[in-house]
Write a protein that binds this ligand. Structure first.
Ligand SMILES: C[S@@+](CC[C@H](N)C(=O)[O-])C[C@H]1O[C@@H](n2cnc3c(N)ncnc32)[C@H](O)[C@@H]1O
Length: 342
């Protein structure tokens, strides 16, 4: 089945608010949703993403009267302004470009970076598995380049609160620019649910005035913040840490366990593989985003409550003479004498 190439001119709408309205020029996503998304014709001041035939991407802000230059000549911004996204356009030297507004997942991997960003595959896991909900009070640290912040703000919406901590001012500045570029209104208002504070999370979190539902840690040494996180999280709240190496993973899991005020931490990673699908040639793609980082979540127990003792004893030697990290409080004494057989 093929689609008509022009919008149906007879579609005037029924007035039903549930009806999709994107094909009526002028119908934008409600500004009060703070989604960072627009529909309808491309407007001056919006960002667009051009993709050429080799898959190279160019993101730029539409400015009336300006030209976009590439290795295939140029094209006028005015040729794009006023058109519905999802079209191809040719440059002066015959280059062809696909024109869309950038998706959030595209924006965060192309925006300027201070620190390394949380990739979209992991941001999606964090939003789902740390159960970020509309209206949630979320703390994150460090803010880095603001990539995860954008996904958290999308998920909590204007009635939630994302309080981001960052100890390096230059990274906070990069994050502020990126997050505001994605969400700011044409009038320059910034996302009402976002607050950015400079400082070290372990030192600053105790002075936060209210309990929070979720804490997301993306930093080198999240175990240094576990006491502060326990103090800030509401009972049933979730801490989620994102760490790049196995040594970090071990340290954060064992620190959460040794604290005693969290459920047994759940560590995992996600691997995403794309597929080549072309006629009879259907096979895994050659490229794959393999390891990015590990994730771990745990839930805060109520004050004074401890999680249940494990029925299963630890693997032989897991906490034996060769182990020098934090220890769970409830280990049988003989475990400390064991040797680890590898
Ligand atoms: C990998 S980056 C975070 C990237 C960010 N999540 C994103 O998606 O763009 C780690 C950041 O944590 C900051 N950081 C490390 N330890 C911190 C702490 N204890 N408190 C606040 N920020 C911290 C670093 O300065 C750095 O900017």
């Amino acid at each position: 089945m093929t689609e008509p190439t022009t919008p149906d001119p007879g579609h005037a709408g029924t007035g039903d608010p549930r009806e999709p309205t994107g094909d009526r020029p002028g119908d934008d996503v409600p500004a009060a949703a703070w989604s960072g998304v627009h529909r309808g014709p491309l407007r001056e001041g919006e960002w667009v993403r051009l993709t050429d035939q080799k898959g190279r991407r160019h993101n730029f802000e539409l400015v009336a009267g300006k030209r976009f230059f590439s290795n295939r000549g140029h094209l006028e911004h005015d040729e794009l302004i006023g058109r519905e996204e999802g079209f191809t356009v040719a440059s002066s030297a015959g280059g062809e470009y696909l024109v869309f507004r950038p998706l959030l997942s595209e924006f965060v991997v192309s925006m300027p970076r201070g620190a390394a960003v949380v990739y979209p595959k992991d941001a999606a896991q964090i939003v789902a598995m740390a159960d970020i909900f509309p209206g949630a009070r979320v703390v994150e640290a460090g803010v880095g380049s603001g990539a995860l912040t954008c996904s958290l703000l999308r998920a909590v919406g204007p009635h939630g609160h994302v309080l981001s901590f960052e100890r390096r001012e230059e990274f906070a500045d990069v994050a502020r620019r990126n997050v505001n570029q994605f969400f700011a209104s044409p009038e320059g208002e910034t996302h009402p649910a976002w607050e950015l504070r400079l400082g070290d999370l372990a030192e600053e979190l105790p002075s936060v005035e209210h309990r929070v539902d979720r804490v997301i840690l993306d930093m080198l040494a999240p175990w240094e913040c576990v006491d502060a996180v326990a103090g800030a999280l509401t009972p049933g709240g979730i801490v989620c840490a994102y760490v790049a190496t196995t040594t970090q993973l071990s340290r954060i899991v064992e620190t959460l366990r040794a604290h005693g005020g969290f459920t047994d931490p759940q560590p995992w990673e996600s691997l995403v593989r794309d597929w080549h699908v072309e006629g009879l040639a259907v096979r895994p793609g050659h490229k794959m985003i393999g390891h990015t980082a590990f994730l771990v979540t745990a839930r805060r127990m109520a004050p004074g409550e401890r999680p249940m003792l494990k029925k299963r004893r630890p693997a032989p030697g897991a906490y034996g003479v060769d182990y020098d990290g934090p220890r769970p409080a409830d280990l049988p004494p003989q475990v400390a004498e064991e040797r680890f057989d590898d």
